[in-house]
Design a protein around this ligand. Structure first.
Ligand code: GDP
Ligand code: IMO
Ligand code: MG
Length: 429
């Protein structure tokens, strides 16, 4: 069975891009199957930031697939292709984009901006404002959705006119008086038809392609975006994204049934970060959080927003690891904790005076939990040059081993810096 998945087990930005890039060396196909992301891959001196293209695009000879579960901003994918070409990346043309992906249009951006202010409990979701939620909403709503394959049909202009008429009416009621500029259907059609022409060589029925690849025993890597706690069904709803970002989303987003997936790798940052609103029990809105933010450069890859920082939460990670069927974990950014002092790990929650290891299903309860911590001694050494477990201070080894023990899953890699070479393979200790 040829399938491997890489899934973020927190609220995103666990450094999935780095691990996908590393594992791509042994793959035939790399697949993105939901939402947009901001993944960073460092190759030598070069830093690449990818929102839509699979991180496998930097390895030659690998086919990269954007599968049907993704919502696609065509401008973004064209920009990423152009940038890679200008930087001399070979084989970025080795790409297939599903004709089933739903396309993000200007009305989705406008809706994302207008709606994001208005959650019922007064806290802002703090979306990336890239039209993700509104596009997924239209996909499920069906009447106003446009898939990439529609751009190549004679009916496309009529479809856009139908949508723009309805969206102009909706947006006029959402956007404050005087700030609303009605959308122009014909201009949007011209613009999107030019994008369609540019993307034409890549457009394919990727469900069929992936099924055939899986049946032929090709090695397929599924690159999860965001993190499992942002999963629309199983995450910290409503402070989530609009797709299934945990392991349960792989099959529905890609069209490849679970029987072809034989390994799930969970990516865990050595501490926790969160961007946007929502409960975050282990958050350190204090000098410890600021120290971690500074040492980890914890600012959004795409939106540049400062990430909220806190201690590692193994109640949450154990939950998402079970939810995603994780076989092994990678502990990332361990180097960031050098010099932080004693390190705390949340091992259970206290709610209404009772201790529990269960992750609450309702955000009201998650807001009320009191984290119960275990404290481990830290280390001061710079560990960014470590190439084996023996190079790590005993306290760093004890910290990562304790994470594995608490999550209940063995370690596969430990990462001590952004570069490919700053990765230690863990066999067993
Ligand atoms: P992703 O969205 O999960 O791929 O993660 P991001 O790219 O948004 O954020 C991870 C950041 O950490 C990127 O800037 C990476 O280059 C960087 N990074 C990856 N691994 C390590 C590591 O072990 N140590 C440090 N210091 N940085 C890392
Ligand atoms: P990667 O793949 C961190 C968060 C947003 C917001 C919520 C919903 O780089 O780890 P959306 O725009 O999807 O409707 O936003 O989800 N979010 C992320 N946070 N990393 C990401 O991606 C994220 N993608 C979305 O901040 O709280
Ligand atoms: Mg990211």
């Amino acid at each position: 069975m040829p399938g491997t998945c890489v899934i973020g087990l927190q609220w995103g930005d666990e450094a999935k891009g780095k691990i996908v890039d590393l594992l791509t060396q042994q793959q035939d196909v790399v697949v993105r199957y939901q939402a947009n992301a901001g993944h960073t891959v460092v190759v030598g001196e070069d830093i690449y930031k990818l929102s839509l293209l699979p991180s496998g695009v930097l390895t030659s000879g690998v086919t990269c697939v954007i599968a049907g579960g993704v919502v696609l901003n065509p401008v973004k994918v064209i920009e990423e292709l152009d940038e890679l070409a200008s930087r001399g990346v070979e084989d970025s043309d080795n790409l297939l984009i599903s004709d089933r992906v739903h396309v993000i249009f200007p009305w989705h951006f406008a809706e994302d901006k207008a709606l994001d202010q208005n959650t019922s409990d007064g806290e802002n979701i703090g979306t990336t404002q890239r039209g993700i939620g509104p596009c997924y909403r239209d996909k499920v709503g069906r009447a106003y959705a446009v898939r990439l394959g529609d751009l190549y049909r004679d009916t496309f202009r009529d479809q856009v006119r139908h949508n723009v008429e309805a969206k102009n009416a909706v947006l006029a009621s959402m956007v404050p008086n005087g700030e609303f500029k009605p959308l122009d259907a014909e201009a949007i059609c011209d613009q999107y038809l030019a994008y369609a022409e540019r993307l034409k060589p890549y457009v394919a029925d990727t469900t069929e392609y992936l099924l055939s690849a899986a049946e032929a025993g090709k090695r397929i890597l599924f690159e999860g975006a965001q993190g499992a706690l942002l999963d629309v069904d199983h995450g910290t709803y409503p402070f989530v994204t609009s797709s299934n970002s945990s392991g349960v989303g792989v099959s529905n987003g890609s069209g490849v049934p679970a029987r072809y997936i034989n390994k799930v790798i969970g990516i865990v940052k050595a501490y926790t970060t969160r961007v946007g609103g929502g409960p975050f029990p282990v958050e350190q809105d204090n000098e410890i959080g600021q120290l971690i933010r500074d040492q980890g450069n914890e600012y959004g890859t795409v939106t540049k927003r400062p990430r909220r920082c806190g201690w590692l939460d193994t109640v949450a990670v154990r939950y998402t690891s079970r939810l995603s069927g994780v076989d092994s974990i990678c502990v990332m950014l361990l180097d960031v904790l050098s010099g932080v002092g004693d390190l705390k790990i949340c091992t259970s929650y206290k709610i209404d005076g009772k201790e529990t290891q269960q992750f609450p299903s309702h955000t009201d309860d998650l807001r009320r939990v009191e984290p119960v911590y275990e404290t481990l001694p830290g280390w001061d050494e710079d560990i960014t040059q470590a190439t084996s477990l023996e190079d790590l201070p005993a306290n760093a080894r004890a910290y990562m081993n304790r994470i594995s023990e608490l999550v209940g899953v063995p370690l596969e890699f430990v990462s001590v810096g952004p570069a490919r070479s700053q990765t230690i393979q863990v066999n067993s200790e």
